[in-house]
Ligand binder design. Sequence first.
Ligand SMILES: [Zn+2]
Length: 348
Amino acid sequence: MTLPAIDSEFLLSFLSGLLNTPSPTGLAEPAIAFTQQALTTFPGLSFKRTRKGALVATWAGEKSDAPRALTAHTDTLGAMVKQIKSNGRLLMTKIGGYAWNTVEGEGCTVYISSGRKVRGSILFELASSHVFSGKVNETKREDDNMEVRLDSRTFSAQETEALGIRLGDFISFYLRVEITNYFVRSRHLDDKAGVACLMAAVKALHQAGLKPAQTTYLHISNYEEVGHGAAAGIPAEANELLSVDMAAVGQGQTSDEFHATLCVKDSHGPYHHGLSQKLRQLADEHGIPYKVDIYPYYGSDGEAFWAAGGDAAVALIGPGVDASHNYERTHLDALVATTQWVVAYLLS
Ligand SMILES: [Zn+2]
């Protein structure tokens, strides 16, 4: 059986729309809503929100004796205002795991509770080479020496408070999305790329007039980066859970930007062998370009589900993403391969 065609133009355009909808963990609702909106254009899906705010779409299959679930996450790394400094700038606390130097010099947005936004940038407090010379290079970046410089005339804590900024306000990073030669370069491809692959898979089946072989739940997660996204919301009747999340690319890894990867083990241990074997078989059968890999510092929503007591076979696939939790990059080849794999799984 040949797989239905993947609309790569649709995939890239949904992906760039989702990337441009900021959604740091804790403030992911706009990206969840954007995804739901896109899914509603396909008939046959019904929607539910969990109390925690995740989206669960139910897609009736040819059969429903062994339902399945897939998950991908819309939430991303970000920060929160920790303190307003006496010079009017902001100290931050990180949301998710990353190093400060990966966002140094980046534009950002502060979300004030009134709904207003203030733009700014993330800088080391001794930023100017002409003033601080060697210190700019030598000092380790820490929570207490990184700050937000606001694009507002504020030079005291009182002036910043007068803008409406308070401790606990969310901060998102500028993405710098660029698509060149089918490379997609952006922050937060983890895991908006995975969500886009699910979306393109839904479109491929619909366009071909097909239904999934089994009733399928699509869980769009909103708390993955802090470790508990899919701890809730996967329907108990799901026999299997396929987590679709980025593959870690770098020295010592088999993953790359041109393949989808099956992860057989990460920091939390091995994935389900039977389901992983089935995915390998499907990829071989359909000529899907894939790698098999182990990620040394990685956890997924599949494991969040397991740790919370979830009882289903769990496996993990995803597109190779270079420089993850940094200024990331992937290639259309990896996105299409991942989508094909999801399609093959849905139809199996
Ligand atoms: Zn992820």
